[in-house]
Ligand binder design. Structure first.
Ligand code: NAD
Length: 339
């Protein structure tokens, strides 16, 4: 098949080429799929899209007129694709349901530890031969209460790791997982209780209409003084201005993010020669108790290999006229993704 890969990054090309095993023609484009770039898709049978490519209704309609019937997402998240429109048009969309929940969970905990033990500050000091410990006091993770919002694949591994540290675990999920209670003593509670009682709060739900701005002014207000908030899920779960206000007042003691609601066009790119126009991000970047990574939680060799292999598993199925096991099945009446 003719495959066009939008928003192609150097870190993933070799993995994709290896997984394609010479069976498909791949065209790598650095540009993201947008209304402006959609014409570049002409001639493709399949599009490979990443997290910031746009799959809105007008774009899908255009793709349909080009004869494109398959989209393989190089991500687990699919909030950027209008699945109702795709279904209407007969465009089949597959994702990578689980490429490595460990990669994201481990990065989540890396953010917690780096913030807690002030590793970036310590590292920068040492580079200047400043061996002072002033201002580097952290806290024991052992005995702290960690609230996990969304206890699916990633949240469950975060629970396992934090249990290993000796944290008390609270969880909130629409579908509680009793095995987390059994194995790690995770106690399912309602959102307000989790917000009020957690020393550390970490977000692992998908971005949906129902989860947009899950963390807003009211939620911040309910949190413990000095709480640590971590988001490696999707930027839109957090109303960043509300957390920034919380950081300024001292209510939020630490903020670690791998995702940001306005990350599109910034994260993944070298913008070091440009003036940053995003004032909220600019304020966050200079706060000593904020740690930002640019959507790299998934970035391990295991995850990249799994993403590439699952993506080409779907494409190989489609090339043989079969359904891919990774296709997102969507029920138009209930607007729910069935898998
Ligand atoms: P998952 O589907 O296994 O788990 C999501 C959990 O959230 C489920 O248990 C679900 O019941 C729960 N949930 C859904 N809506 C909810 C709501 N309104 N309130 C409470 N709980 C709700 O997904 P996962 O594999 O654990 O991934 C979680 C998210 O992590 C993804 O949706 C994606 O956005 C993000 N992610 C980020 C990166 C990264 O590099 N930063 C990489 C992969 C995934």
């Amino acid at each position: 098949m003719n495959v066009t890969c939008f928003d192609a990054h150097t870190f993933e090309k070799d993995f994709l080429l290896k997984a394609a095993a010479g069976k498909h023609e791949i065209r790598f484009l650095k540009l993201q799929l947008t209304v402006e770039t959609v014409d570049l898709a002409q001639g493709a049978d399949v599009l490979l899209l990443f997290v910031n490519d746009e799959g809105s209704a007008p774009i899908l309609e255009k793709l349909h007129t080009f004869g494109i019937r398959y989209i393989a997402l190089r991500s687990a998240g699919y909030n950027h694709i209008d699945l109702v429109k795709a279904k209407e048009l007969g465009i089949r969309v597959a994702n990578v349901p689980a490429y490595s929940p460990y990669a994201v969970a481990e990065h989540t905990v890396a953010l917690m530890l780096a913030l807690n033990r002030k590793l970036t500050k310590a590292h920068n000091r040492i580079r200047e031969s400043n061996f002072s410990l002033t201002g580097l006091v952290g806290f024991d993770m052992n005995g702290k209460t960690a609230g996990i919002i969304g206890t699916g694949k990633i949240g469950a591994i975060v629970a396992k790791i934090l249990h290993g540290f000796g944290c008390n675990l609270l969880g909130y999920d629409l579908y509680p997982n009793p095995s987390l209670t059994e194995h790690y003593g995770l106690n399912y509670v309602d959102m307000p209780t989790l917000l009020k009682e957690s020393d550390i709060i970490t977000l692992h739900t998908p971005l949906l209409e129902s989860t947009k701005y899950l963390i807003n002014e009211q939620a911040v207000e309910m949190m413990k003084q000095g709480v640590m908030l971590i988001n490696t899920s999707r930027g839109g779960l957090v109303k960043t201005s509300a957390v920034l206000a919380g950081l300024k007042s001292g209510k939020v003691g630490y903020f670690g993010i791998d995702v940001y609601e306005e990350e599109k066009g910034l994260f993944f790119y070298d913008r070091s020669n440009q003036i940053l126009q995003d004032e909220i991000l600019a304020q966050l970047m200079v706060l000593p108790n904020v740690l930002i990574t640019s959507h790299q939680a998934f970035l391990t060799d295991t995850a990249l290999r799994n993403i590439a292999e699952t993506t080409f598993e779907s494409i190989n199925c489609w090339a043989e006229g079969k359904e891919s096991p990774n296709e997102l099945t969507f029920n138009i009446e209930t607007s729910k993704v069935l898998k």
